[in-house]
Design a binder for this molecule. Structure first.
Ligand SMILES: NC(=O)c1ccc[n+]([C@@H]2O[C@H](COP(=O)([O-])OP(=O)(O)OC[C@H]3O[C@@H](n4cnc5c(N)ncnc54)[C@H](OP(=O)(O)O)[C@@H]3O)[C@@H](O)[C@H]2O)c1
Length: 258
């Protein structure tokens, strides 16, 4: 029987893989047979995850990369190609969640968020798409957020640039999907609800009244558990997604429904 989620022989690049959802994604692709390249700025953190993956008998490479810098992205992609020879799957996961309203945000905070969350997808695409086209194969998965489609007046969730940047992720997902479908490159997005990570652990998860409010509003009455984003990521990253492109799946226990 064909294994729909067999990544043997596939090379997967995950940005923002030094912690949280990106590190878990890299672990999950490796567990399903992929060779994985983990990109982020913090070398030691990357190496810890890489060592864990290689100890499990899989191939993994730590590549220091600042997704806000074109030179850094260009060099990182070249390093992955030199090491693994190709890139089949690109998971654009690196992101920051800057709080603040249009009144309180500085222009520097605005630019940094847009650079990290959106311009990064343009940069990785610029250097990965040409070789995916050459190989007539590619799967790109962009990590957006429920905040791409939802806003909230709760003070912890007033994040205007985060809303703008994650909505832009959906826009670039659709545009790229339409352009590259004929090259057998699919481009899809996931929208996590609330998951514990460096981004949320010390802020949202330690705020009891916020967590009570979240659980009351969320149909599943809880945040996402570790690993619950991996299924949609693996699906969009797999050969099984060959006729699925430009789509957005929220992974939020139904939060965006209500
Ligand atoms: N956790 C949630 O509840 C939630 C909900 C919705 C969406 N998301 C999205 O999920 C993605 C992962 O977030 P997370 O929750 O796992 O948070 P996290 O643990 O803070 O991870 C963020 C990752 O992005 C990397 N990163 C940030 N800026 C970067 C840069 N300039 N260049 C390269 N890498 C950079 C960080 O690595 P370095 O610092 O080492 O560079 C880190 O590996 C983000 O796009 C986030 O918006 C998360």
């Amino acid at each position: 029987m064909q294994n729909l989620f067999d990544f043997s022989g596939r090379v997967v690049v995950v940005t923002g893989a030094s912690s949280g959802l990106g590190a878990d994604a890299a672990r999950a692709f490796a567990q399903h047979g992929a060779d994985v390249a983990l990109l982020a700025r913090r070398k030691e953190k990357l190496e810890t995850v890489v060592n864990e993956i290689t100890a499990g008998g899989h191939q993994a490479l730590a590549v220091v990369c600042d997704v806000c810098s074109e030179d850094s992205v260009k060099a990182a992609i070249a390093e992955v190609l030199a090491h693994f020879g190709k890139i089949d799957v690109l998971v654009n996961n690196a992101g920051i969640a800057q709080g603040g309203s249009v009144e309180t945000l500085t222009t520097e905070q605005w630019d940094k968020s847009m650079d990290t969350n959106v311009r990064s997808i343009f940069l990785t695409g610029k250097y990965v798409i040409p070789q995916m086209k050459k190989n007539h194969y590619g799967r790109i998965v962009n990590v957006a957020s429920v905040n791409a489609i939802l806003a909230d007046k709760a003070p912890q969730l007033v994040r205007h640039v985060y809303n703008a940047s994650k909505a832009a992720v959906l826009g670039i997902t659709k545009g790229m999907a339409a352009s590259y479908a004929q090259d057998n490159i699919t481009v899809n997005a996931v929208g996590p609800g609330l998951f514990e990570s460096e981004m949320t652990a010390g802020t949202l998860f330690t705020n009891q009244s916020f967590m009570q409010m979240y659980n009351a509003l969320c149909p599943a009455s809880r945040p996402g558990a570790r690993g619950e984003l991996n299924g949609p990521l693996l699906f969009f990253g797999s050969e099984s997604a060959s006729y699925t492109t430009g789509q957005f799946i929220t992974v939020d226990g139904g939060f965006a429904l209500v």
